[in-house]
Design a protein around this ligand. Sequence first.
Ligand code: B1M
Length: 591
Amino acid sequence: MKRELKPDFERYMKALHCEEPDCVPQGDWHVDHRPKEAFMGRKITTLQDHVDFWHTAGYDYVTSSSGILEPVRAPEGMTTKGEAVHTEYGDKVSREWANTHEGMLTSWEKFEAYTWPSIDDFDLSKWDAFDLNLPKGMKAILLLGKIYTTAWMYMGAETFFNALEQDEELAAAIINKIGEIQYQTFLRVTEHSCVGAVLNPDDIAFNTGLLVHPKYLRKYVFPWYKKMGQVCREKGIGFIFHSDGDCTEVMEDFIDCGFHAFNPIQPNAMDIVEVKRRWGKKLCLIGNINLDSTLTLGTPNDVRAEVYERIRTIGPGGGYMVSSSNSITDYVPPENMKALIDATYEFGKYPIQLEEGGVKGKFWTSTTKVRKTETTKIETGLDVNAYVDAFLSNDLPKAIAAMQRDIDRGVSPGAVVSDGLIPAITIIGEQFQNGQIYIPEMMIAARAMSATLDHFKERLTGKGAAKKLGTVVIGTVQGDLHDIGKNLVAMILKGQGFQVEDLGVSVSTAKFVQAVKEKKPEIVAMSALLTTTMIEMKATIEALKAAGLRDRVKVIVGGAPVTPAFAAQIGADGNAYDAPGAAKLCKELLA
Ligand code: B1M
């Protein structure tokens, strides 16, 4: 469909102010390089090429990063390389990301010795060029403000989570340093007349909720957002917050920080109709076209139908822009990206008068979150709560004393583990599932339990020892570098009494097969967070079959986009939604 609308940033601003412009704007903030080239049918190399892309594709803006403090593309010395990430373009690319376990700034010494980039070295020429050359009607959206994500990437996720609970001052000092640099950069760039809005892509959540307790965000991170928000409001420029996952707990905080809009409202994490009902008068909503399924696995007609449905339900009254539920990644087929753009233009004219069911597509559903509401009552005759408290407060002497007390009462060390420690970590797991505690507490508790077990190692291997439940070989599949969830699964499995062989991230089928031959596990556990890497799970099962090993092991699969139906379809033995569920499943499979 030929687009006749001219770029008009006023349209975008109207939508940001929750008013009806002439039509629903497109709202994507990031398009990977390959889809850009496929759309343009040519190489994209210069700044002008990028501008041409955004202009030709019908956006009212170009987006561009500040380029400062971008450790998502990890600083030197702290990277994990992912080979063979699948793309839709007949090839595979390799990517590097920050290493999860340990980053560069893990102590006060390292923090104090680190030379931070200076704001004065910052090259502003890109913004000068935008000031002069942006096509009429277009503005630039500055991508800047990542503070939380930058902090954990500098420290490594696990060190960061740990520091929040154990050395809060260090975490706070690093966050503040980053906040200051981001803020100064923000002030410099927003002096340019080309800047129409600032989008802050700081992922603070995952599918079931915030990654850390909101008290930390409120104390250290949100005050910086608020400072930027004030400046944006004074200058009359837009201010947009991007975070994946379920941000329900802090939506009011976003309004308080001065954000005009929220993106991308992942369908498997938040229900956009409910979000619109609760906050739609104060926050413009941008996104929700499903990257997990429709955009990646659906047909152009599925995309068209989903855009129709969103515009029909969320568009009336204004305050909505169409975009992917994350970004346009290089595994979105080019024809689906085109369908997204065309359908926005086709259906988005105000006033919106679309009938229910006007365009039918096969809506692809992702796992919706499952939060338990009750905790299991555990009665074993031991004081399980003493272990729960000790693990959650990372109080090793207390945990050791409790275990010693139970042993002195005549309970065998093995029975203390199975009736005291394991029920305790099960209760903690349920608190995590219920959203009562967050990832740092869960990780710290799992580690405290592991340290307690280590302390009694000798007595646990002798008479009366707890039986090892079995060996699990675990890894994130090839092409996928997400490992925070996989690491949590590994920790909980260890805590529950499994021997765990962790193969790391981007694990090839050959490496899984080799590990099964060498480690002789009872279970192979595969994690994937990207829809396109899920096929590696199938490939691994096929490879195990080809090597004659499939009957020797149970295979479980998990990760945010993996569903029980997918697990069944590829011939896995089971799927678990979260880390405690994975441990339960492994036990059931070996029972
Ligand atoms: Co990325 N990312 N990311 N990311 N990222 C997601 C996963 C995404 C859902 C965001 C979105 O759509 N809005 C999306 C994937 C969409 C899809 O395809 N379905 C996405 C994308 C698109 C990308 C890139 C492609 C972005 C780009 O380049 N354009 C890129 C890909 C890199 C690569 O892997 N090749 C990318 C990169 C990154 C970072 C490097 C920046 C970082 C990862 C850092 C790291 O792991 N070392 C990152 C992050 C942090 C996320 C989000 C925000 C959070 C993931 C997380 O750590 N959650 C995520 C958004 C989201 O999840 N909604 C997103 C915390 C963790 C505890 O939860 O991993 O879900 P989770 O694990 C859970 C369960 O899933 C389960 O247990 C855990 C909890 O108990 N579980 C299992 C996990 N494995 C299991 C195995 C089991 C059983 C249960 O049995 C074996």
